[in-house]
Write a protein that binds this ligand. Structure first.
Ligand SMILES: [Zn+2]
Length: 455
């Protein structure tokens, strides 16, 4: 059998990347994420797979591949797939977004997970403050410039720019050919040149096969491709022009966005107040000297939620939360200093606004992708109701973590692989439009069908 790659997710869908690389007797899983729409025909309207049933409820609807020697004993206890000692040598991870990591929680913790150094710091923060799908796995760390071998396969990780730090693409040398995998990428973030580094490194290796994401392919670029720089300029303007509280719910692990809003705060004499979950993440990322994150306590304050009525003491908070209590900012503090505060408030914490009771005239910054389906529209309208309720202005400010269509096409041309396999896209067929005159073959992946890497 020539070396091959099989796609078990990310096929005709955005997210849910799950690939199996086989070369001689080496078997490696590359990303093992949750699809955004995974099983939404069955698991929606409050219906969730039962975690007590391990992988069982997901197997029922074909949402996880039944691969021998991949899953933990616990995940399989109530399924027809029998537990076997690991037959997978490694799980290699591109970055720490749930559509790439989410299903690792079902895998056998004996299987080592290879990830970037920064990803392992993010994992530490999640592990301490909630849970991480990588929990209990041995972690092998890499960074750009490293190479590592798993059986007959050599991996060369090269950094890419994405909306989370520590994102990588890979050049994968098998015994009979080379594959390049982009992971998720963009060129318009503060570290856009890292993606160019990946493209250059991949091109040099003359890969047989390119496995590339295409999130924004076919979505039209009706909305301008807002860069992080534009978000920063707009954020400065919006924050400066607001006379009352500014609050926003943005992803704490999007360090570029954290820095953007931190900059806007400094520019207008405001303090950034973050959730405890974001605070612990910033603390962990502090040790990555290449990332510049605001320092907790020095640059940013931490919002402390009231956990019950009456007077509180340390025992009301989890161990990991207690270190932030002294730096804590309460609802009353935010109310008092609302003209000098930029509050990071996750949507699920919006009821805190009832305690804060901000005066009207503030601004809410929606810093996420605009809704693209009914469910998203419903969520957005709930957020807008809260914003109206407190008499605030609603501002949309976001730069995507993904390259627009034309830049994906340019990357495909520059890498120059013989075969292109589009994944993490709803429109793999549209990749045909990037092919001017022959040159490469478009291979639309089918779930579970191996694609040869050797040509
Ligand atoms: Zn993704």
């Amino acid at each position: 059998m020539p070396p091959s790659i099989s796609c078990f997710g990310g096929v005709g869908e955005i997210g849910g990347n799950k690939f199996l690389l086989q070369d001689r007797d080496t078997r490696v899983i590359i990303d093992f994420g949750t699809g955004f729409g995974d099983g939404s025909d069955y698991f929606d309207a409050g219906i969730q797979p039962r975690s007590v049933n391990g992988a069982g409820d997901l197997f029922e609807f074909g949402l996880l591949p039944e691969i021998r020697g991949l899953y933990s004993e616990k995940a399989l206890q109530n399924t027809r797939l029998k537990y076997a000692d690991p037959e997978i040598d490694a799980i290699v991870l591109s970055h720490y977004h749930s559509d790439h990591t989410g299903r690792i929680e079902f895998t056998d913790p004996k299987i080592p997970v290879y990830c970037g150094e920064t990803t392992s710091l993010i994992h530490d923060a999640y592990s301490e403050s909630r849970s991480s799908p990588l929990d209990d796995h041995p972690i092998r760390k890499f960074r750009t410039g490293d190479r590592f071998r798993v059986g007959s396969v050599e991996f060369v990780p090269v950094h890419v720019d994405h909306s989370i730090p520590g994102a990588y693409g890979f050049i994968v040398h098998t015994s009979e050919g080379t594959m390049a995998y982009t992971g998720d990428f963009r060129f318009h973030g503060p570290a856009g040149s890292m993606t160019t580094d990946f493209v250059r490194a991949a091109r040099k290796e003359r890969p047989e096969l390119l496995l590339t994401e295409g999130t924004r392919v076919g979505h039209g670029d009706g909305r301008a491709n807002m860069t992080e720089k534009v978000v920063l300029e707009e954020a400065r303007r919006v924050v400066k022009g607001t006379r009352a509280l500014v609050f926003s719910s943005f992803r704490g692990n999007d360090v570029d966005r954290v820095n953007t809003f931190f900059d806007a705060c400094q520019n207008s004499g405001r303090r950034l107040v973050v959730s405890m979950k974001m605070a612990i993440l910033l603390e962990k990322l502090k040790s990555d000297r290449r990332l510049k994150v605001p320092r907790v306590g020095k640059d940013v304050d931490v919002y402390v939620k009231r956990k019950r009525t009456g007077s509180l003491d340390d025992s009301d908070y989890f161990q990991w939360e207690r270190r932030f209590l002294d730096l804590g900012v309460s609802a009353a503090d935010v109310k008092r200093r609302q003209k000098e505060t930029f509050l990071h408030l996750e949507a699920w914490d919006f009821p805190e606004l009832i305690d804060i009771r901000p005066g009207s005239g503030g601004t809410y910054i929606h810093s996420a992708t605009e809704a693209f389906n009914e469910e998203g529209e419903r969520e957005e309208s709930v957020i807008k109701n809260w914003v109206d309720h407190v008499g605030f202005r609603y501002a949309q400010l976001h730069a995507s973590g993904h390259a627009p269509s034309a830049e994906v096409g340019a990357l495909v041309g520059q890498v120059g692989a013989k075969k292109v396999v589009p994944i993490h896209t709803e429109h793999p067929d549209l990749f045909a439009s990037y092919r001017k005159r022959g040159g490469w073959r478009l291979q639309i992946p089918k779930k579970r069908v191996p694609i040869s890497i050797s040509g």
